[in-house]
Design a protein around this ligand. Structure first.
Ligand SMILES: [Mg+2]
Length: 344
């Protein structure tokens, strides 16, 4: 009985839950210029600026698929949930305008767990200036599902697409790769070590969406195509190849590997949320954009008339040999190499 009473104290009804979210949103939404009506009405009203258009992305964060409650602090779950949407906006060169969050949680998590989830989400939302403009809540009677929709704006017709690369373009990445996969491997070995956020960078628990880089790429007309590295370099570069009807060769010696990560993690790990983009060979790309290192790793080439997906991306060995790099990054519904309790 005592246990039940304690549980009741930590559970909140939907009205209380929405009220506490509304309190947190407060003046944040009022400050957003494109949001004519924010959270609290039947719909949000969004008013794009003249000469701009909206880009929209949606991402699910599902317990035991994208995170585990025993591995990830709630703040990290909130942060990563928002990062996934923001990183897609960054890849389009968009400025974030509004976020919508639909949240299904079991009743016993509507107290402290949820507050900490929102702490993580709002800390990042405030930093990048995106208001929460609406959403929904439900009792999941089981696992946690956080579904986020992000709205961004770009100058009309100028969004960075996956399809714009041309043969001869140089392939660039921001930051370093493999750090998220290395931290996830460390979490798997010792979940307790990451319960509290330390001072060290946490590329898996708290990845940084490259919004400023994306906006700068668009503004300065640097990029012919772009994508964010959510699934892994081998998989995401293949997406640019597919959409641009090209192939690519990357020089593994040039791939910037994160401290503590392996080349395999850098090539296939995913969830680094860095940007991968292509630029014309004559365009001078600075070594840093918006304070983030940018590194050339290969080039786009013409492809055979009917290439298999396995052969779209090739790697150049130090001896000058080219070998296919199969897309071994993340793909839902594909049989896993190791079964069980993975986190994505
Ligand atoms: Mg993406």
């Amino acid at each position: 009985m005592a246990g039940e009473r304690k549980a009741a104290r930590t559970k909140r009804g939907e009205r209380q839950l929405i009220e506490s979210i509304l309190q947190r949103v407060g003046a944040r939404a009022a400050a957003a210029r494109t949001l004519a009506v924010g959270i609290g009405d039947d719909c949000a009203v969004v008013r794009p600026r003249q000469g701009e258009e909206l880009v929209v992305t949606t991402d699910m964060s599902l317990e035991n698929v994208h995170f585990r409650r025993d591995w990830h602090p709630p703040e990290s779950v909130g942060h990563r949930c928002l990062t996934r949407g923001l990183s897609d906006l960054a890849a389009m060169g968009a400025r974030p305008e509004a976020a919508f969050l639909s949240l299904a949680v079991p009743a016993e998590l509507t107290g402290r767990w949820l507050e900490r989830f929102l702490d993580g989400l709002f800390a990042l939302a405030d930093r990048v200036g995106v208001p929460l403009a609406g959403g929904d809540t439900a009792d999941s009677h089981g696992l946690v599902l956080a579904d986020i929709v992000l709205l961004g704006s770009v100058p009309k017709g100028r969004a960075l697409l996956r399809s714009g690369a041309q043969a001869g373009d140089i392939v660039y990445v921001t930051g370093t790769l493999g750090g998220a996969a290395a931290e996830l491997a460390a979490l798997r070995r010792d979940p307790g070590a990451f319960r509290r956020r330390g001072a060290a960078p946490h590329p898996h628990l708290y990845p940084e969406p490259r919004l400023e880089v994306g906006k700068r790429l668009l503004k300065r007309g640097f990029a012919t195509a772009a994508i964010d590295l959510s699934d892994g370099l081998s998989t995401d570069l293949a997406h640019i190849c597919e959409r641009s009807h090209l192939a690519a060769v990357i020089d593994t010696e040039s791939v910037p590997i994160a401290a503590g990560a392996t080349l395999d993690q850098a090539l296939h790990g995913g969830e680094d949320y860095e940007l991968l983009f292509t630029a014309r060979p004559g365009v001078m790309i600075p070594a840093k954009i918006a304070g983030t290192p940018v590194c050339p790793i290969g080039k786009m080439i013409k492809r055979a008339p009917r290439p298999s997906s396995q052969a779209l991306v090739r790697v150049l060995s130090p001896e000058g040999r080219q070998t296919p790099l199969a897309p071994k990054g993340w793909e839902h519904f594909r049989p896993r190499r190791q079964s069980g309790s993975g986190s994505r």
